[in-house]
Write a protein that binds this ligand. Sequence first.
Ligand code: ADP
Ligand code: MG
Length: 343
Amino acid sequence: MSPIRTIAALFLGAALAAASVSCAPPEPYTAETFVMGTAAWVTIAGAGRAEAEKAAQEVFRELHRIESVMSTWKGSSELSRLNAGSRGEPFAVSPELFALADSALRYSRATFGAFDATVRPLVLLWGFQGGKPALPSPGAIDSALALVGCGRVALDTAALTVALPAGMQLDFAGIAKGYAVDRGAAILARRGIRSALVNLGGNIYAVGAPPGARGWRVGVRDPRGGLGTVGAILLADAAVATSGNYENFVEIGGRRYGHIIDPRTGATVDDVLSVTVVAPTALAADALSTGFFVLGHDGAARAASAFGNVAALFALPKGSGIEYKTVGTFGTRLVLEGEQAER
Ligand code: ADP
Ligand code: MG
């Protein structure tokens, strides 16, 4: 939830074709806010303006509420209180925080430890949250690694407690935005809205499809940076998220180091440009895009086989260009511009 993140990794691509049809439904309504260090959009189609406005505001209130519970940037958040208060002892938390911690641990296991919500000491060491970035010494990496490892976090389902080994902290930077998007989409569904898009910093859930279309067309950002797209994904009642190194990196000695760290070695992962994951929930897409980024294409293919309904697009550096590889099946949902994915 870095505050310097402002641009979404994915965004709504082409405008709706429906607008050009006579007797067309009203233009979709879009509202925007800034939350969790990034931009959030809600687009609602096929609902009256007043209803759409009210629904979007309720979604935004929910995103802000979740930020106030799950942010490590806010000392008053419940997560910050857990991080300061546990010190090896079971610490009572809300059912909501407990459930998200439980999800984080499950995605850690599902990615063989590649996604790890205790990675924060390494994030700080590399200078991703301020300070002057410098190449960490092997000793410093070892000390940070001693405080990393979801496997040592103990959850007690009956007592609703979380016990973090002394010095260890939970950070939901790689999962909270996805969770929040799912909660936003649930609010829209509860209000009877059947066609909408919720986008929080590139973590997207598509409620239904635009009127008359097969899905919402979501652009896949050019992993080399800039605002161009390299393809599009057609999304209906599903989620997509992208993890990339093109927006959030540090420069040390003229070299770029990306913000996703291998929690098993302490090194940044710099042999992947971006990973875009389609999954049934935004929470899964968020956690898995980060985890798959660390695992690389082949490791991700092994992890994804346990899910069955997850597909990923890897953009990998090849010479001065990009090579695309997929995991799972997108079917006709994925359209790449120009270049051909190896499926
Ligand atoms: P973003 O926050 O840019 O959308 P991600 O969802 O991929 O990107 O989350 C990356 C953030 O999560 C990093 O900025 C860092 O705070 C944290 N992080 C880095 N490496 C890992 C990892 N291996 N597992 C879980 N979280 C990570
Ligand atoms: Mg993520």
